[in-house]
Ligand binder design. Structure first.
Ligand code: ADP
Ligand code: MG
Ligand code: MG
Length: 949
């Protein structure tokens, strides 16, 4: 069968359907499906993503075989609409729309009103009996064609769209504020001036022939797959470059035909908090782009009912129908042409983490979806949002009372953020790279700003509604955001923000000033405000709120209880202090997977004896210092054991290079000299002597304990004495002593012998025993490769994937910055391997270690304690290779629990027989956890990983 390049839809049926996203793109598939289920959709057709590949393969040429199909498809649309493409009497106009497999909002281009020229515009004016409308459509088309097809869109931030400049001048000349107030002659002049501008800048005439317009527009939409913002977006979301975009050509319906027409966007549920209501905005007498671009601030959907009660009813029906059919919250675009409703797009709606949890739980409770589906619906990372801080109500009230409320806006991205003000996305990136916390403030944002938005803590815009670009991105990235703060004006050149205060006074804020935004209440506040924990944290961690009245907490807890039933992997926390352990338990920790003993030495009164121990020259001096550390460490361990109440606790013996503990400033050196009775010069020499060229690969890990067994002895003693103390206090205790950086069985033998000897000594002294394990971290390749040997001694393995990644790649995790930057840019690494496990390399070593370890010791306990333990994609991998648990920081535990549940559910779906094609597909569509985590977030996690295992 010859390749089918075009799929038609319209007139209540379609050649495609919603399962053809790969071929038709999300938009094309959605339009086809809506046609099939009787939702009013203007007829059109979709050119497949394969044609996009053909286009690129042939050096950016449309395949010749497309022509006849294109002609035939146009004929069908002409028949359904009763109009003719290029017909000067009754012209068919079309939109040419982009649409990839997954939605990439606003990243690619669309051309509206195509088919207009000096002849057809006259026909349109006569047919519609509305010359103003006809010329308004024409001037929009010429500008869009210039921008999108002829590449006249401004490239630098400071530049303005040439057509916008002409339009502004025209409005000024006519003394009007809005486009819609321009008289028809002005619109006619605009068309001529726009065309002249095209001629001047491009040296080519605007093409009058509709067929030529169409070909050029289709090619331009294909090319928009490769524009900078689309590439940046793909990189951030792990979308492969090969997918390409489909192109949908669709007959136009007109929202700009007068006061009985309009256009809008809506969500079938509130995307910010998940409330079950139609939520959105519309504009009277406007075309679709106007709502999204934020040029005019739109009206709330609630006001639509007052204006057009009938249409509001129809929209409600569409909402119910689409939700029932798609079984998920939808994001729709609609247009009203002279009182008739058309739906132009439907897709699964982006939502905040808060909304995701609520919608999933409520849909499952309403039996619209199953619990398993609800679990697969929520991206694990989204749970972050539910844990996000808010401002302390009292402090904020005080600030507002003190007159610090600068402006209000629409709450587009919930949460609270304070930061320093920047006005350009580039600056947000640069400041963030310097370690600043920034808020990006702009008149409006556009897809070009995407990287800067990722770098900012949050953003605010003067224009636009809840469905503007800024709002969309905020929801997706989980950023705090306010949009439509109309009191704000910007002077980009002077780098200033001018605020029209409620009092009537003006306040001017410069770049770098601190401001705070409340993305839930919609407030901009001057200065830096302290934040307060989220509802969930108040209930679980602070215990300052009654769970009964806390709805957000209730839904969160419900979803996670379903997750706990579904998952096989256990979850543990990386925690060093009793209070962290308590938090971890509140978030569902089933044990501690990594207690880094060295973190304890930085506490009150501990660093002194630690330093004395390190600079000691003789074993005797060292033992004296260790004796001071013993009671301190024992007390820490006891607290940890008590907090964990019988859950297993893995304690790692001293790991980092010793010089990390030494003072590097004069005061510290003097203090240490005093404490040890040595001279300042002596201490300095000793500090210098401990310096290493490659400390990460130097005298650290088990190598320390092998050189100085008395350190391991002290730590083992502290562990076992604490364990017995805790047992005597009534707690159950299960210590697991973990030896780091083992690459050879004999290393572990040496250290395990010390641990076991001390254990016996303590048990004899105290006349009591506790059960314990001695195991090792697998974090150097040799350890993984000889795991079978090592497991003859080790009673458990824990994968230290931070170091294992570092040593497998031969890339120091402290120096990844410049390397990863270009590597990720050039797609040499698909994703930061310190954030998501590199399955092919590091993962292969892990598999070898699992096989070797379990081969030598069936039932060997296996876990992971690197930063990857809290990364959803890595959790899925750990599930797949059969680990027993993952361990991560306490606040990532909910994410790990959900990711583990999803891994188990996906595995079930994959192995279920006979294979329910649909269920498997659905799981696949929602397969975000398999995709690498967003890099923007990843980099931050990477920074955390430095302290890691
Ligand atoms: P994006 O993917 O950026 O949202 P779309 O292809 O959805 O781009 O088009 C942008 C806007 O143009 C939409 O809001 C839609 O309302 C409007 N639009 C697209 N096609 C048509 C059409 N056939 N008739 C009327 N408006 C249209
Ligand atoms: Mg759209
Ligand atoms: Mg390590």
């Amino acid at each position: 069968m010859p390749q089918k390049r075009i799929y038609a839809f319209g007139g209540g049926k379609a050649e495609g359907n919603k399962d053809l996203k790969e071929v038709l793109g999300g938009k094309g598939a959605g339009l086809a499906e809506m046609s099939n289920i009787g939702i009013p959709v203007p007829p059109g057709f979709t050119i497949t993503t394969d044609v996009c590949s053909e286009y690129y393969r042939s050096g950016k040429k449309l395949p010749r075989a497309l022509e006849p199909e294109l002609r035939a498809a146009l004929k069908k649309v002409e028949a359904l609409t009763g109009k003719g493409f290029g017909d000067p009497e009754n012209p068919l106009l079309v939109s040419v729309r982009s649409g990839a497999r997954v939605s990439m909002p606003g990243m690619m281009d669309t051309v509206l009103n195509l088919g207009l020229n000096d002849a057809t515009v006259a026909g349109l004016a006569v047919r519609s009996q509305n010359a103003r409308f006809a010329w308004d459509s024409y001037r929009r088309f010429v500008a869009m064609f210039g921008d999108v097809v002829l590449g006249m869109k401004p490239e630098r931030k400071e530049d303005r769209d040439p057509f916008e400049v002409i339009l502004e001048d025209k409005k000024r000349a006519h003394g009007v504020r809005f486009d819609s107030e321009l008289p028809v002659e002005a619109l006619q002049e605009l068309v001529a001036e726009f065309k002249a501008e095209i001629q001047r800048r491009k040296g080519t005439a605007f093409p009058d022939d509709p067929t030529e317009q169409l070909r050029a527009a289709v090619a331009a939409v294909f090319r928009s797959w490769e524009n900078d913002r689309a590439i940046a977006y793909r990189r951030m979301n792990g979308i492969p470059a090969e997918w390409g975009t489909a192109v949908t050509v669709q007959s136009m319906v007109f929202g700009n035909m007068g006061e009985d027409s309009g256009t809008g966007v809506a969500f079938t549920r509130n995307p910010a908090n998940g409330t079950d209501e139609l939520y959105g905005e519309f504009l009277v007498n406007a075309q679709g782009e106007d709502v999204v671009s934020g040029i005019r601030t739109p009206q709330k959907i609630a006001e639509l009912a007052a204006r057009w009660p009938d249409l509001a009813g129809q929209l409600e029906e569409v909402r119910a129908g689409l939700e029932r059919h798609n079984r998920d919250m939808q994001d729709i675009e609609f247009t009203i042409e002279r009182g008739k409703l058309y739906v132009l797009q439907t897709r699964t709606g982006k939502r905040t983490g808060l909304a995701a949890v609520r919608i999933a739980v409520e849909m499952a409770d309403a039996k619209l979806i199953t619990k398993d589906e609800a679990l697969l619906r929520v991206e694990p990372e989204a749970l972050n949002h539910v844990l996000r801080p808010v401002f302390d109500g009292e402090r904020k009230a005080q600030a507002i009372k003190a007159g610090k409320l600068l402006a209000t806006g629409l709450p587009a991205g919930p949460g609270a953020a304070s930061g320093r003000l920047v006005f350009f996305a580039e600056d947000a990136e640069a400041w963030r790279a310097r370690g600043e916390t920034v808020l990006l403030a702009r008149h409006e944002t556009s897809p070009e700003d995407i990287r800067g938005m990722a770098a900012a803590e949050g953003f605010l815009t003067a224009f636009g509604g809840m469905t503007s670009h800024a709002a969309l991105v905020a929801r997706q990235m989980g950023k705090v955001a306010l949009v439509g703060c109309e009191a704000l004006r910007f002077d980009y050149h002077a780098r200033k923000m001018i605020v029209a205060m409620p009092s009537g006074a003006e306040r001017i804020l410069g770049e770098g000033e601190w401001i705070s935004i409340d993305g839930s209440a919609g407030e901009v506040i001057g200065g830096k405000l302290e934040t307060r924990p989220s509802e969930v944290v108040e209930v679980l961690v602070e215990r300052s709120r009654d769970p009964k009245g806390a709805r957000v907490y209730q839904e969160f807890a419900k979803l996670l209880s379903w997750a706990d039933q579904a998952r096989r992997l256990k979850v543990r926390a990386n925690a060093d202090q009793p209070d962290q352990a308590t938090t971890a338990v509140a978030f569902g920790a089933q044990g501690i997977g990594l207690c880094r003993t060295e973190h304890m030495f930085f506490g009150e009164g501990k660093i002194g004896p630690m330093r004395e121990m390190i600079v000691a020259e003789t074993e005797e001096d060292r033992r004296r210092a260790l004796a001071k550390l013993l009671p301190l460490q024992r007390e820490d361990f006891r607290g940890l054991f008590v907090a964990m109440a019988g859950r297993p606790v893995t304690i790692r013996t001293l790991d980092p290079p010793l010089h990390e503990f030494l003072p590097h400033d004069e005061a510290g050196v003097a203090e240490l000299a005093r404490a040890t009775g040595k001279t300042i010069e002596w201490i300095r020499e000793r500090v210098d002597g401990l310096a290493e060229s490659n400390p990460m690969l130097g005298h650290r890990g088990c190598r320390l304990g092998i050189s100085y067994p008395e350190i391991t002895e002290m730590q083992a003693r502290a562990i076992f004495e604490a364990a017995i103390d805790a047992t005597e206090g009534g707690a159950r205790v299960e210590p697991e002593v973990m030896i780091p950086l083992v690459g050879a069985k004999k290393e572990l033998d040496d250290q395990a012998a010390v641990v076991r000897r001390v254990a016996e000594e303590v048990f004899a002294e105290r006349g009591r025993k506790v059960r314990y394990l001695v195991g090792t971290m697998i974090e150097v390749p040799r350890g993984a490769l000889t795991a079978g040997e090592i497991a003859r001694t080790a009673e458990f393995f824990s994968f230290g994937t931070n170091d294992l990644t570092q040593t497998t790649f031969g890339l120091s995790r402290d120096d990844t910055g410049p390397v990863l930057k270009s590597y990720l840019q050039k797609d040499i690494y698909p994703v930061d391997p310190f954030v998501s496990i590199d399955r092919d390399g590091v993962g292969a070593l892990m598999k070898i270690a699992v096989a070797g370890g379990r081969g030598a010791r069936p039932g060997l306990k296996l876990g992971i304690c690197g930063e990857h333990g809290g990364d959803p994609s890595s959790v899925a991998f750990c599930h797949g290779i059969g680990l027993d648990y993952v361990s991560c920081s306490p606040y990532r535990l909910p994410i790990a629990r959900l990711a583990a549940a999803q891994a188990a559910l996906r595995e079930q779906a994959a192995s279920a027989k006979p294979r329910p094609a649909r269920a498997a597909k659905r799981a696949g569509v929602n397969g975000a956890a398999h995709a690498p985590r967003k890099l923007a977030k990843g980099r931050r996690a990477g920074a955390r990983a430095r302290a890691g295992a």
